[in-house]
Design a protein around this ligand. Structure first.
Ligand code: NAD
Ligand code: HSO
Length: 440
């Protein structure tokens, strides 16, 4: 099928029966942002500037890219009193909603807490694993095109549950506009430091440290291509969680879900960013038409119409497949950040869904509920990386050390095995170190 407009809606319409389906799907899924040469160059320059000139470079780049007029980092630093003031000043309904979301997110993540463990072998040798939190984590809260108080909770609360010693948050404030909900969420989630900086300069400040911004052990959180590219570049200097780029939704419908509901679910991710991706798959052609019509009708009512329109035109699609099996194959091929299973018995699909950041089951489970308050994390792998990455979680803020404690008898037994293998590698010191402990 070719590109068509439903009303004034421009969106790709694909059919798995078309000869060029594979090529068109590949083109649709490619997100070249992170490997774009110009972006790479710009990010490399910013990283180098911050690494060598610290605060001065952070201030300069923030003024430039976020249209600020800061004269020093003091202008880009918020203390605990300012965060509390934001929380106390919220209208009651917002304070309650934030607290409800925080409670649910915290409770969900408590279930993820991995425990240290040990076991003792017959000869008294102890083996195990010790789990420890990171000393200091940096959380990136996006803020270029929208403000994300929910992302403050999603980043900071699992860090807290993990027992991280210090949480440093960065968030851009384009044109100097502070978002009170974001600051209130930082207060509620127990963030230790807040710097109103974003983009590659914020990632660099966290990775290398500056006179003002403490260097962290790991940087987590989503962001645009500048943030994603910078995170990838500083990996190794610090840990990173994943590349969480522009939002995505793949909805699969059996035709039984209200077309307006699905249209709005697709819009909900498209409104994040022109680079966001919204795809609907169904084997019911009439239903796809109905959703296309609903989208065309509802689009002019959206506050972020322009962003949604571009996102749908550039990266959206309505895909007609033959049957349920083809829908499952598409899910695993696309490996979406968010998968909505808008079908009759979603649980039956689970054993076959191998790749998806988060799976929303059934017609009532709007993806947007997961964005804010269902409980699971909304920082999720994008661009097909759900093939090998998982949602942000408590485990991202911890690391594991192996434990090995040999009894005299265990050292002797293991020493014989180690000696043979070490001599096979011609590593004599290894062999003799083990052999000293072998009993006659
Ligand atoms: N996957 C998730 O969990 C998740 C959650 C929320 C948001 N998101 C995504 O995060 C992204 C947020 O992007 P955003 O732009 O709104 O905010 P952002 O905070 O990621 O980026 C804003 C920063 O980008 C930098 N920047 C902008 N233009 C630049 C340029 N030309 N050169 C150098 N630097 C530049 C600026 O420093 C600015 O502070 C969206 O794509 C959204 O879909 C993802
Ligand atoms: N959909 C985003 C994750 O891709 C998270 C979010 C925050 N606010 C609204 N949505």
């Amino acid at each position: 099928m070719s590109e068509v407009s439903a009303g004034r809606l421009e969106i790709a319409r694909l059919s798995t029966a078309d000869a060029d389906f594979e090529t068109r799907l590949d083109a649709l899924l490619a997100w070249e942002g992170v490997s774009d040469d110009e972006v790479q160059r710009r990010v490399a320059d910013i990283l180098e500037a911050v690494k060598t000139r610290g605060d001065a470079a952070v201030v300069e780049t923030s003024n430039r890219f976020d249209r600020l007029s800061a004269s020093s980092m003091a202008d880009l630093t918020l203390g605990p009193d300012r965060l509390r003031q934001a929380f106390d000043g919220l209208p009651e309904a917002q304070r309650e909603a934030l607290a409800t979301a925080a409670d649910r997110v915290r409770r969900y993540h408590e279930h993820q807490k991995p425990e240290s463990w040990q076991y003792t072998e017959d000869d008294g040798t102890v083996l195990g694993q010790q789990v420890m939190p990171l000393d200091r984590a940096g959380i990136y809260v996006p803020g270029g095109k929208a403000a994300y108080p929910s992302s403050v909770l999603m980043n900071a609360l699992p860090a807290h549950v993990a027992g991280v010693g210090e949480i440093v948050m960065v968030v851009p404030t384009p044109d100097g506009v502070l978002n009170e909900l974001v600051l209130a969420a930082a207060h509620l989630a127990g963030v230790d430091h807040v710097f109103t900086i974003g983009g590659a300069q914020a990632v660099a400040a966290l990775a290398y440290g500056t006179e003002t911004v403490p260097r962290v052990d790991k940087i987590v959180g989503p962001g645009n291509i500048y943030v994603a590219t910078a995170k990838r570049a500083v990996f190794g200097q610090v840990g990173i969680d994943m590349i969480a780029g522009p939002s995505e939704i793949l909805a699969v419908s059996d035709g039984g879900t209200d077309a307006d509901w699905l249209a709005m679910d697709l819009f909900s991710q498209a409104e994040h960013d022109e680079d966001a991706q919204s795809i609907l798959v169904s084997w019911d052609g009439d239903h796809l038409e109905a959703v296309g019509e609903a989208m065309a009708r509802l689009l002019p009512t959206m506050e972020r119409e322009a962003i949604i329109r571009t996102s749908l035109a550039e990266r959206g699609a309505l895909i007609h497949c033959r049957d349920r099996d083809e829908a499952v194959a598409l899910i695993n091929r696309i490996a979406p950040e968010h998968l909505e299973l808008s079908v009759e018995a979603p649980q039956d699909w689970l054993p076959e869904v191998r790749h998806a950041g988060a799976i929303f089951m059934g017609r009532y489970t709007a993806e947007a509920l997961g964005d804010y308050c269902a409980g699971p994390n909304h920082v999720l792998p994008t661009s097909g990386t759900a093939r090998f990455s998982s949602p942000l979680g408590v485990y991202d803020f911890q690391k594991r050390s192996s434990l090995i404690g040999c009894s005299a008898e265990g050292a002797s037994t293991l020493g014989r095995t180690a000696s043979v293998l070490a001599r096979g590698e011609s590593l004599t010191a290894h062999a003799r170190s083990a052999e000293y402990r072998i009993r006659d």
